[in-house]
Design a protein around this ligand. Structure first.
Ligand code: K2U
Ligand code: ZN
Length: 167
């Protein structure tokens, strides 16, 4: 397994709209294993393929305390069910910033497993927030897009400065 490079905001590649997966073979399995390893090492509780510069509709998630209950969602589709509420969000592509984002508290998820079989389930709480966050990534959307232009530009400038200093 390999650790993958996570793109950092405001890298324009993060704005790419991911394409549906059509081949369920070994390369997909290897990619999802590498995404999970990268997520656990970061550490994070979710990761979208967009963030590792692979523009296919794939997300991995693990919100368990023991870090031993991974979800691999291929071509995920969401139905927003519950009420809207304020969630505290961070992002591995926007390190060091946590802001409030309005999300839906319950969702219905339809996706494929890595072997191409279908999975359908409901999600609430942190799992629902994380799935919504990761599915935004597949659309080229980041949690900073929900902030004011002033806040977003302030974060953008600070991260660009940090990236220049560490280059
Ligand atoms: O997409 C990502 O960068 C992964 C996020 C997923 C996430 C965002 C917002 C709310 C929940 C999950 C990272 O895991 S951000 C780091 C983190 C870690 C634990 C809890 C919340 C955020
Ligand atoms: Zn993110």
């Amino acid at each position: 397994m390999s650790l993958l490079n996570i793109l950092q905001y405001p890298d324009p590649r993060l704005r790419t709209k991911a394409k549906p997966v059509s081949e369920f073979g070994q390369s997909l399995r290897t990619l999802t294993e590498d995404m999970l390893e990268t997520m656990y090492q970061a550490p994070g509780i979710g990761l979208a393929a967009t963030q590792v510069d692979v523009h296919q509709r794939i997300i991995v998630i693990d919100v368990s305390d023991a870090r031993d209950a991974p979800y691999i969602l291929v071509n995920p589709e969401l139905t927003l069910i519950g009420n809207r509420f304020d969630a505290e969000e961070g992002c591995l592509s926007v390190p060091g910033y946590y802001e409030t984002v309005e999300r839906v508290e319950k969702i219905a998820v339809s996706a494929f497993n890595v072997d191409g079989t279908e999975q359908i389930f409901d999600a609430e709480g942190l799992l629902a927030v994380c799935i919504q966050h990761e599915c935004d990534h597949l659309e080229g959307k980041l949690f900073v897009d929900y902030l004011s232009g002033l806040k977003r530009n302030r974060i953008r400038k600070k991260l660009l400065k940090q990236q220049k200093l560490s280059a």
